[in-house]
Write a protein that binds this ligand. Structure first.
Ligand code: C2E
Ligand code: MG
Ligand code: MG
Length: 867
């Protein structure tokens, strides 16, 4: 927006005298031309009543000047229209040496009302032209005629008188000439009713482009004004003898070179009245006010524009905020207060982003806003905001930078719109499009979206997804029999039961009818899918109560895995469907895997679980012992107890296969206690054999550790055997420390008090932080096999193993390397300062008898070497 134009500076520059009056006729401003014409400096004028400054001249009984001027002002104030006084005699006091002295003056005055934008009268512009000279001229001409008459009567002195008269006239003409030549106002004399130009001044010539008009009638001199009202007005003034004044009249002049010139002029047509009263010509005087007019137009346009903008800002229903170049609020409009409840005082001085964002605004949205302000670019965001009263609402914020000429940021303008209603209906539409109205579960559409998303995620992270398709068995019959309302209740209940069987991170969806699906993400154990499927099958088969009736349903579930079974969405859904039909065909009320091998594995797992129950009593479980070698001496330092299952038909079963099953079936404590007792009795026997305490390590999985309520029993048992606590090491894994529950801490403290040592197994594969090691009083770190396996060739693994050793030693912890299979590995580890080693290089895990044999033939370490 352009700077508002200072109207008064233009007034000041005008060659025409102006006086600005307040409605109570106090002088509020004068221009330099006015000061000059009344010979009074500005400070003696401004602030005083105009009639106090210019009072009636005393001792002048005919003076009605003040009265006439008062009348004129009154008319302006009443009719709110310009008013003219022509050739108005008004003597004014001018400064002389002795003070003020009245000076005879004649004026043509134009009084114009000044109105503000609301049309209120704010003052009067008094435009005064000093006509004293012209009046004198008129008198002179009149006198000349009288002299002429007198001269004709007195022949003898005639020639002298004529000379005298001519002289007087010459002097007057001379004066008039000067006035003509010098005044910046343009002036012209026209004679006769045809308005023939007799005399024009240089300012007039300048205005009209120096064309020659002398001797020409107005209409011939200015053919371009044929359709204007010039002639009409001139005629009227000529006929009536009354002056005519017009302000800011637009004229378009034809210049010689064919160009046109637009100008705005203030004009006075002053009739020239002869002594006998008839009009003989017109005195045209005026000022070129083009510059003032254009400046005023521009100012008015700017004012109008700013008034319009102010109106918009006040009335617009969107909230508008203006900030400084740092995003600090400088101004808000009334709608802002309506929308947010914060007043302008409360909002100004606050950062825009902080004020417009709520506690739920995502950091991403905040980032978009902050970045926009920083980088001086527009931005648009939707933000959930809270009114001062706490009422939440959704707002759309559009913000744009206001840049200076040099592209530096001056302001930001933000417009906020309440979009709560739209959001609500968007949400509703989204809800309707994506959720099943009966169960409020995601529908088929949202299910497909989620599955697609999860597949992408799993692809990136390398994790597995399990997809379960659950179909209620014989639901249709129940629905037909009991009616649709009852059917709906059953479906709602089934949905609830399925949801209760899955983790929060899994998605349960209703695909339609009696078909549900579960997306299980981030699977690290396929048995987890199976357990969930089992739980769902069990949950859905429980009786449903419908008022007094009890209904029985069951479900068939198909399971498929990504990426194992399929990598496309369609194929995965098809697989789940096929697997579900397989479950139905196999007799319903069960689950089925898509792939044969999975199905076989699942069956095997189930069978294995059954077999495990009898394994312990059937004498199929054995504890093997693997020696742990002191790398500095090459002697056997101790042994790790490793569980073995010799299945009657399957042969040896890996602990990694059956221990999770034992955990799942709640058998791990029983089995674990048995391993401990076996290990403890071996420790006792071997200690006696070698005549020094011989330490045995026992593994304890997290589930075992956490569910184990009988830790004390182990201590009792050791005591009962007469063994010290340090004849036992318990091997735990890193994950356990991460949980850091009071239970874990307490148990570990308990061990420490009893002298039982703790080893951290498979170190380096989990998430242990160093600080934990110290906190939990760990005695040994067992570097995981995976770092040892190819440490001769893999530099990274070697570096990891070496730094684990160095770090552990700093913390006063001993290190055992697992899975040493080659001499090179042993040499590397020994040179890295590793304390102990375990692996096939030294010995496979052995039966207790074999181990005893080994102990008696191989050099073994003393108990001292353990510490
Ligand atoms: P772990 O505690 O890390 O045991 C070391 C595993 O590495 C044992 O496997 C052992 O046979 C194997 N091993 C030893 N030296 C070498 C070698 O040079 N090369 C290779 N490739 N492997 C070697 P195992 O006996 O199959 O046991 C597997 C896991 O089962 C154990 O890992 C342990 O976490 C768990 N486990 C074994 N027995 C028990 C038990 O009584 N209770 C519990 N809760 N878990 C047990
Ligand atoms: Mg172990
Ligand atoms: Mg291990």
């Amino acid at each position: 927006m352009a700077e508002p134009i200072d109207f008064f500076s233009y007034l000041q520059a005008s060659p025409t005298p102006y006086l600005i009056l307040a409605p109570d006729l106090t002088i509020t401003d004068v221009n330099a031309a006015y000061e000059k014409t009344v010979k009074r400096p500005r400070h003696t004028l401004v602030g005083r009543n105009v009639f106090d400054v210019f009072p009636a001249s005393p001792g002048d009984p005919d003076d009605n000047a003040v009265f006439l001027l008062q009348q004129s002002f009154q008319r302006v104030l009443t009719f709110r229209k310009p008013d003219v006084l022509t050739m108005h005699r008004y003597p004014i006091p001018v400064p002389v040496e002795q003070g003020l002295q009245f000076e005879e003056r004649y004026w043509t005055a134009l009084n114009t009302p000044l109105l503000d934008h609301h049309g209120n009268m704010v003052g009067i512009c008094h435009h005064a032209m000093d006509m004293t000279e012209i009046h004198a001229l008129k008198n002179t001409m009149r006198a000349a005629r009288i002299v002429e008459q007198e001269v004709s009567q007195q022949d003898d002195s005639r020639s002298a008188a004529i000379r005298a008269t001519v002289n007087v006239l010459d002097a007057e003409r001379q004066l008039l000439r000067q006035l003509f030549e010098q005044t910046p106002s343009f002036t012209a004399f026209m004679r006769s009713p045809e308005h023939v130009f007799e005399l024009v001044n240089p300012a007039f010539s300048e205005l009209i482009g120096h064309r020659n008009v002398i001797g020409k009638m107005f209409k011939d001199a200015f053919p371009e004004f044929a359709h204007d009202d010039f002639i009409e007005r001139l005629d009227a003034a000529y006929k009536s003898g009354e002056a005519y004044t017009t302000k800011s009249k637009r004229i378009v002049l034809n210049l010689e070179n064919g160009a046109k010139r637009e100008a705005f002029v203030d004009l006075v047509y002053q009739p020239i009245t002869e002594i006998e009263g008839s009009v003989s010509g017109i005195f045209l005087q005026g000022n070129d006010v083009t510059e003032q007019k254009l400046a005023e137009d521009e100012r008015n346009a700017a004012l109008e524009e700013s008034a319009r903008l102010a109106l918009v800002a006040q009335k617009i229903t969107s909230a508008v905020t203006i900030t400084d170049n740092k995003g600090i609020i400088e101004w808000v409009n009334p709608a802002f207060t309506t929308l947010t409840g914060y007043t302008a005082e409360e909002a100004t001085g606050k950062p825009l982003v902080a004020l417009l964002c709520g506690p739920d605004t995502s950091s991403q949205t905040v980032g978009v806003m902050e970045n926009g302000i920083r980088s001086r670019t527009s931005f648009e965001v939707d933000v959930l905001h809270y009114q001062k009263s706490g009422q939440p609402f959704w707002q759309n914020i559009k913000a744009d930078p206001v840049l200076d000429g040099d592209h530096s940021l001056r302001h930001f303008i933000a417009v906020q719109t309440d979009i709560s209603e739209k959001k609500k209906s968007d949400d509703l539409i989204w809800q309707q499009a994506n959720y099943d109205p009966l169960t409020s579960l995601p529908n088929r559409r949202l299910f497909r979206n989620r599955l697609d998303q999860e597949m992408r995620k799993a692809y990136r992270s390398g994790q597995q997804i399990g997809l379960l398709l659950i179909d209620l068995d014989r639901f249709k019959e129940a629905n037909d029999l009991l009616g649709h309302d009852a059917g709906d209740v059953l479906l709602e209940e089934a949905a609830r039961r399925i949801c209760a069987c899955v983790r929060d991170s899994d998605t349960v969806a209703r695909l339609g009818g009696d078909e549900f699906t579960v997306i299980m993400t981030a699977l690290d154990d396929e048995a987890h899918v199976e357990r969930t499927a089992e739980r769902i099958t069990d949950a859905l088969v429980q009786p449903y109560r419908l008022g007094s009736e009890v209904v029985y349903l069951s479900a068939s579930t198909g399971i498929t895995l990504y990426p194992e079974d399929a990598t496309s969405l369609e194929a995965l859904i098809r697989n789940a469907d096929q697997a579900m039909y397989a479950a139905k065909n196999a007799g319903r009320n069960q689950f089925s895997y898509f792939t044969r091998s999975m199905q076989d594995r699942a069956h095997a797992r189930i069978r294995l679980g059954g077999d495990l129950r009898s394994a312990l009593d059937g004498g199929q479980l054995h504890v093997y012992y693997q020696p742990v070698i002191d790398l500095s001496t090459g002697r056997i330092a101790k042994a790790e107890a490793l569980l073995r299952w010799r299945h009657p038909t399957l042969g040896p079963v890996e602990p990694s296969r059956f221990i999770p099953i034992a955990e799942e079936l709640g058998m791990i404590n029983q089995i674990g206690d048995w391993v401990f007792k076996e290990a403890a009795s071996c420790s006792k026997r071997w200690s006696e054999d070698i005549g020094a305490p011989f330490q045995v390590s026992v593994n304890k999985s997290p589930i075992q550790f956490l569910s184990d309520g009988e830790a004390v029993d182990w201590l009792d048992h050791l005591r009962h055997l007469g063994l010290p606590g340090n004849s036992l090491t318990v091997e735990i894994t890193e994950g356990l420390l991460l949980k850091a529950s009071p239970q874990v801490t307490e148990r570990l403290l308990h061990y420490r008090d009893a002298g039982i040592q703790v080893a951290l197994d498979d170190f380096g594969t989990g998430y242990s932080s160093m600080s934990y090691l110290k906190k939990f009083d760990i005695d040994y770190l067992k570097i995981d096999q995976s770092f040892i396996r190819d440490m001769e060739v893999d530099r990274d693994n070697r570096a990891i193993a070496e730094s684990i050793i160095a770090m552990a030693h700093k913390l006063g912890i001993k290190v055992i390397a697992e899975g040493i299979e080659t001499n090179a590995q042993e040499a590397l580890l020994r040179s890295a300062g590793c304390d102990y080693g375990q692996g096939y290089l030294f010995s496979q895990p052995l039966t207790s008898a074999e181990f005893e044999q080994l102990l008696s033939t191989r050099p073994r370490g003393s108990s001292a070497s353990l510490h």
